[in-house]
Each structure stands twice: as C-alpha cells, then as structure tokens.
Design a protein around this ligand. Structure first.
Ligand SMILES: [Zn+2]
Length: 387
C-alpha cells in the first residue's frame, strides 16, 4: 500500500512538472553517459595569497609550486579578478568565481546566518554531474573545519540543476556530524555523556542550516567509518588546519576515486590576526600539501597520466606597506585582484601565458578539459592552455 501511494505521488509530481510547461529543471532525468575523460583536482590556494609570496621566483614560500609544478604545464602569472562594481576580493566570492565562471553569481544569506553566500548559478559540480553519470562520492569538495559557510558551495539555489547534481563534502564538520550520529545511535553512554553529544550535535546543525541533509551517500559514510577507526572520537589524533585537508584529500583519492576533487585550502588567511609569519608558513604548508597530492596522483594507476591539476588562489591580498598588517584583502586594491594559475596534466600545453587572463576563464577551461560546457560562464576557456 505504501508503495502504491509513493508511486502515485511521484507520478502526480511528474505530471505537475509537465503541466508547468518545461520551465522546471529536469533533475529526474537519469544521466547515462559514462565519464571517460581526465580526472581533475582543483586546488584553491586559498585564504588569499599575493603573487609576491607565491610565484615570485626569488621570494616564493611555495618552491614546489613555483619551481616544479609551474614548469610541468601552463603557467599563468597574470590571472586577474575583474574590477567590476560590487566585486569583493574575498574567499567565498573568489571560490564561487572559480566554480561558476562568473562574477557576483551568488546571493547573500548573511541575514539568516552569518557570512553566507549561496551560488545562484550552476557550479562545476552540477555541470559535470548533469553531463555524465558520475556518483556523488566521485565529485568531492574538501573544506576546512571552520568554514561551514562553504558547505553551501556543493550546489546552488535558483532554477538550475541543484541538489540532484551536488558534490559531496569532506570536512571535519561533516565528520563530527557522522560521529555524533553514530555515538547517539550506538548508545552505551551515561546521561551526562549523551547530553554533551546532543549539545555538540545541535551546535553543528545550527552552523549549517542545511544541516546534514541530504545525507552523505553510503560510500562517504563508509569513508567516515574508516576515518573514525583511524582517528577515533577525541579530535586530538587527526591533523589540523590545511594539513587535515591534505589528509582528507589523499585518503579520498585512495578510497573514493573522485573524478573531480576540489581542495579548499585556507590557512594563509590567519594573517588577518596580525602575524605575517602565520601567512608565509601557511603558504609553505599548502606547498607541502601539493607535493603529497601530486605524489599520490603520480603513484596511483587511476590518476597517473590521467589527471589535470588546476592550482589557483581565491583572491590576492593588499600590498600596503603603511598598514600594520600590510596584506589584508578587503580594500579592493590592485594586488588583491592579482592572482595566478598553474595547470598541468594530459592535454594541457606547456609554457607561460604572458598576457592577462580573467579569473572567470578557470571554470570554462576545466569544463572544456572534461568535455562539457559551462554554458552560463562569462569567461572562455584559456587560449593556449588546452592542446
Ligand atoms: Zn580573509
């Protein structure tokens, strides 16, 4: 009986969709085209970095990026964030520019919850999963633990593809949602322990109003079960900060085999709190992370010779020698708009592109390399990057 009711209900919803006259998106169409293109690892060299500390040959704190990876493919030293009215050089904004190939393609949800942007245009995740039959656990976003606001990037609002084509998310926030659910389900807790875990879980759910829905797929749940076996429940054993993102990413490559993986590094941003050495040290830690990611790819038959890396910052930072901390990124200064990109892998040309390229070109370049169109992107694929 229950089954009959459900069938009739979905049938009715389908009819309603037809009656609405094709204005609705078509998420119910199962995509059957299997994906045979290259894997892509998109590394947000994030938290905002300046060219001076990253790609300046003499001054770089990321020698592996600058001296090894930049020579392995296409190096774009003059990527720029356009100076449009209303464009902010910041983390969520820059990340969404990379994912949508557009500027200002988001709406601000800060009224509801602090510091939230939600994409209003399709992201690369959605384009990819609507073009090919790729399960959600093979389209992954790896996020830092104190940025639950970026959990919103897995799919957007509006009349495009949406949740059906989302990526899945790996972050400590997600792990804690898994762990608290398991601890409560397993029982064996004292009243006091149970209350503490319930409080922790309630706190996690308030940080992200989408909460844990949609639930992670069984593959991602199994990933967390293995993570818990390695690192336990205390949170003291696992690496922290951007090293954690590297650990999650390398494990995900081994266990989930993502076709598209985005790693949202963020720690150079700690310079907001005033200590320049935190900034340069964080750049060096991302550089070490890049070595691990690239070594993991080069050693794995699934990724070796079949993976394109795209490494690029979310935004630059200011260069104000008079300020106490000379590199914030909220003053719309020229160097906050100045970024760069390194792209290498099969099908990618080798050399330096010695003219300005706009940040909105990154998404269409990834789309072209993977064989789909980011048709709402404002930019075009980077000339000379693709062979
Ligand atoms: Zn910042």
């Amino acid at each position: 009986m229950a089954r009959d009711v459900m069938d009739r209900r979905s049938f009715t919803l389908g009819m309603a969709g037809l009656a609405a006259g094709l204005t609705l998106p078509l998420p119910a169409l199962a995509q059957t085209k299997s994906y045979t293109g290259p894997n892509v690892v998109l590394v947000r060299f994030g938290g905002g970095v300046r060219r001076a500390e990253t790609i300046d040959v003499a001054a770089t704190w990321a020698p592996y990026l600058r001296h090894v990876l930049a020579k392995r493919g296409t190096f774009i030293p003059d990527l720029r964030i356009d100076k449009l009215e209303g464009v902010n050089t910041s983390h969520a904004e820059g990340t969404l520019n990379l994912l949508t190939g557009r500027y200002l393609a988001y709406r601000d949800l800060s009224e509801l919850v602090g510091d939230r942007l939600e994409p209003t245009e399709p992201t690369l995740f959605e384009y990819l999963r609507s073009a090919f039959d790729i399960p959600s656990h093979q389209v992954l976003l790896v996020n830092g633990e104190d940025r639950p606001q970026e959990e919103f990037f897995t799919f957007g609002a509006g009349d495009h593809f949406g949740v059906e084509y989302r990526s899945e998310m790996l972050s400590l926030h997600r792990y804690k949602l898994y762990r608290t659910a398991m601890q409560l389900a397993e029982g064996g807790l004292t009243d006091e322990q149970r209350l503490l875990i319930e409080e922790e879980r309630a706190g996690l759910l308030t940080q992200d109003p989408r909460g844990s829905s949609p639930d992670p797929s069984p593959d991602v749940t199994a990933f967390w079960a293995r993570w818990r076996q390695s690192y336990g429940d205390t949170g003291f054993k696992n690496p922290r900060g951007d090293r954690l993102l590297t650990e999650l990413s390398v494990r995900a490559m081994a266990e989930l085999k993502p076709r598209f993986l985005m790693v949202n590094y963020q720690d150079p941003d700690y310079v907001h709190w005033g200590n320049p050495s935190h900034y340069t040290r964080a750049i060096a830690i991302i550089d070490e992370g890049l070595q691990r990611l690239v070594s993991a790819a080069d050693a794995d038959p699934f990724y070796r010779d079949n993976t394109i890396f795209v490494i690029t910052p979310d935004c630059g930072r200011d260069a104000n020698p008079l300020a106490e901390v000379p590199f914030q990124h909220h003053f719309n200064s020229r160097s906050a708009h100045e970024v760069w990109a390194v792209i290498f892998g099969p099908g990618i040309g080798k050399g330096v592109i010695d003219k300005p390229v706009d940040q909105s070109a990154i998404a269409p370049t990834i789309a072209a390399a993977m064989g789909f169109a980011a048709h709402r992107a404002e930019g075009d694929a980077i000339e000379g990057a693709l062979l």
